[in-house]
Write a protein that binds this ligand. Structure first.
Ligand code: HEC
Ligand code: HEC
Ligand code: HEC
Ligand code: HEC
Ligand code: HEC
Length: 459
């Protein structure tokens, strides 16, 4: 061993490499043990240091050793000559050390990849870039589904692809060349069928869904109205045929379209092929069925409706309705919804939003007399709730405001095709009857009778 050290010290480069490797190895082992014992909730920067930077230094040090011998070949030869009388078993020693190193690199590398797949790494490391998406994600139905389950999915080839595109993204963040807002749709996203269908299986979609929504008017009392409808989500029926909304992703059906713009908001040409191979093409006025216009050709999958499955940005009216329904924004305040909507559309500094919104209310009420202490208290609570909605959806530094990311799951998405203007060769449109997708039970009605009949509210 001492002889090996002698060889290492034959030049400064190999010597420095050996030091670097040893120190980073010790640092890695101690921090890893420490984190496993005490650091379950360590922050992303600690993770980056321990699981990415330290193993990096370890490998760099390893590489420096042979590199030093190569550069300073003369020195190495001189040392070897000096050791001539009892040659060290360099080869055997190297074999043992390599084995140890490989196992360290293996563990370190595995830890590094594991860490890079964590929500923490994805969601918080590139703080400014990801924080709007990460905030929206934390409030979604998928808050416990890992980013990588949708963004990478299983298998090696997408893993490699994603690491390459990740490298590009790290460069873009480092040199501040990324786009604001991050453009959607994400064009190189893995096909939804490979990712979503690990957990959601179209064969098992079936039946309808009762949707009850509470709305409030913009009048003084913020009158409560209820909408109730049965959404025909559908899927595969017992006889094997598909119906309803999930008909589009039934394995036998294929709907392909041409997108007229990058965001896929305009769709001039749609082709539908059924199980038996029968084909129908629907086009808008002025587009020839046989010559699809230039643009992205895409087969419909989950994302053509669920385009924001896990980071949904809200629209201000719906978000406000939810906050009122939850009792966070009190209807005891006159015109509470109208004023709240106005405040949501104003531009606030992030920290000052709640105070600014409170002032918007008090300024209005002060015109018709003094604001009572009870009102002050309700205003403070409402303003904090409304500011939270504002902060979750508006991110001026990332260029995100109301409507930046279009939602395809409702009318806006469906009516790209179901607008009555997409005709087939016989002049038959893609179905756009109001009953195609849902049965309306109550459309903005006060205390609808139907909910009582269904036993959803007390009679
Ligand atoms: C349930 C699946 C799913 C999960 C979980 C998920 N994403 Fe996404 N994400 C998507 C899809 C689908 C898109 C593409 C949206 C589009 O093309 O319009 C997307 C788009 C994005 C975008 C582009 C901008 C935007 O907001 O649409 C970012 C950034 C992003 N995801 C980051 C993340 C991060 C970070 C996490 C984990 C904290 C995460 N995603 C978890 C499915 C998912
Ligand atoms: C790792 C498993 C997993 C993956 C992958 C996944 N989901 Fe989900 N999804 C869930 C879970 C769990 C829920 C919550 C179910 C519940 O609340 O009843 C959910 C809920 C949903 C809902 C209902 C949302 C709501 O707000 O009620 C939709 C729509 C959905 N997922 C679509 C998708 C799409 C589209 C993808 C692919 C981009 C996807 N999921 C990928 C597990 C997953
Ligand atoms: C044509 C549009 C469309 C397509 C394509 C589509 N969905 Fe949906 N999906 C909907 C709508 C609309 C709802 C009802 C949403 C609501 O309740 O407001 C829904 C509901 C759901 C739900 C909630 C549970 C339920 O059955 O009510 C899940 C989970 C889901 N979809 C997953 C998927 C997956 C996975 C795919 C791809 C295989 C997919 N969807 C394809 C429009 C679509
Ligand atoms: C890219 C175009 C396109 C988009 C976007 C689209 N659809 Fe369709 N949809 C079609 C075509 C084509 C058909 C088949 C022709 C027909 O039924 O008129 C169809 C059929 C349907 C059917 C009838 C299925 C059956 O039982 O026969 C329903 C229900 C439906 N769509 C709901 C929706 C909903 C809800 C959305 C939005 C969340 C949506 N579609 C978005 C193209 C589209
Ligand atoms: C292609 C399918 C489709 C057609 C056609 C369609 N809708 Fe809808 N509609 C939907 C879906 C999907 C939702 C649920 C959207 C959501 O989750 O916000 C919805 C929701 C609604 C709502 C409830 C909105 C709310 O939040 O209170 C009303 C009202 C409504 N539709 C009215 C109509 C009327 C009126 C027509 C006929 C002119 C019509 N729809 C045609 C798919 C359709």
């Amino acid at each position: 061993m001492r002889r090996f050290l002698l060889l290492l010290r034959s030049n400064w480069l190999s010597w420095a490499g050996a030091l670097l490797t040893t120190l980073s190895f010790m640092a890695f082992v101690t921090s890893w043990v420490y984190l496993s014992l005490y650091g379950a909730e360590h922050g992303p920067y600690v993770g980056l240091l321990v699981f990415v930077a330290l193993p990096g230094l370890f490998v760099a040090g390893l590489a420096m050793m042979p590199f030093g011998w190569l550069v300073f070949r003369k020195h190495l030869r001189a040392r070897m000559a000096a050791l001539q009388e009892r040659p060290i078993r360099l080869f055997r020693l190297l074999a043992v050390l390599t084995l140890v190193n490989l196992s360290v690199v293996g563990t370190g590398g595995y830890q590094a990849l594991h860490f890079m797949d964590s929500q923490q790494f994805c969601g918080t490391l590139c703080h400014q870039v990801m924080s709007p998406t990460y905030e929206a994600y934390q409030g979604s139905a998928h808050a416990k589904v890992a980013c990588v389950d949708c963004h990478i999915g299983p298998g090696a080839s997408w893993f490699v692809k994603s690491k390459l595109s990740g490298l590009r993204q790290v460069l873009a963040v480092t040199f501040d060349t990324f786009q604001r807002p991050i453009p959607t749709p994400v064009h190189d996203l893995r096909p939804a069928r490979d990712t979503c269908e690990q957990c959601h299986w179209p064969d098992k979609f079936s039946g309808d869904r009762l949707v009850v929504r509470t709305h409030f008017d913009d009048d003084e009392a913020a009158t409560q109205k209820t909408t109730a409808l049965v959404l025909k989500t559908g899927g595969k029926r017992p006889d094997g045929k598909a119906t309803g909304i999930h008909w589009h992703v039934h394995p036998g059906n294929r709907v392909t379209y041409v997108a007229g713009d990058k965001q896929r908001t305009k769709i001039p040409w749609v082709e539908f092929v059924d199980e038996s191979g029968k084909r129908r093409v629907f086009t808008v006025d002025g587009v020839d069925e046989k010559n699809p216009p230039a643009g992205e050709l895409r087969t419909m999958d989950c994302l053509d409706c669920h385009n924001q499955p896990s980071h949904q940005f809200q629209d201000p009216g719906t978000a406000l309705d939810e906050a009122i329904a939850a009792g966070l924004v009190s209807r005891k305040l006159p015109f509470v919804r109208k004023l709240g909507l106005e405040a949501l559309k104003m531009v606030w500094p992030r920290e000052a939003a709640a105070a600014g919104i409170a002032k918007h209310y008090t300024d209005f009420y002060a015109k018709s007399g003094p604001v009572t202490a009870e009102q002050q208290e309700l205003i403070a609570k409402a303003s904090e709730a409304i500011a939270a909605i504002w902060r979750r959806n508006i991110h001026p530094d990332m260029g995100i405001t109301w409507g930046t990311y279009p939602q395809f799951q409702g009318h806006g998405g469906c009516f790209r095709c179901h607008d009555g203007e997409h005709m087939d060769a016989d002049g038959e449109p893609i179905s756009n009857d109001c009953t195609t997708c849902h049965t309306m039970l109550a459309d903005r009605v006060q205390d609808p009778e139907i909910l009582k009949q269904l036993g959803l509210v007390d009679r």
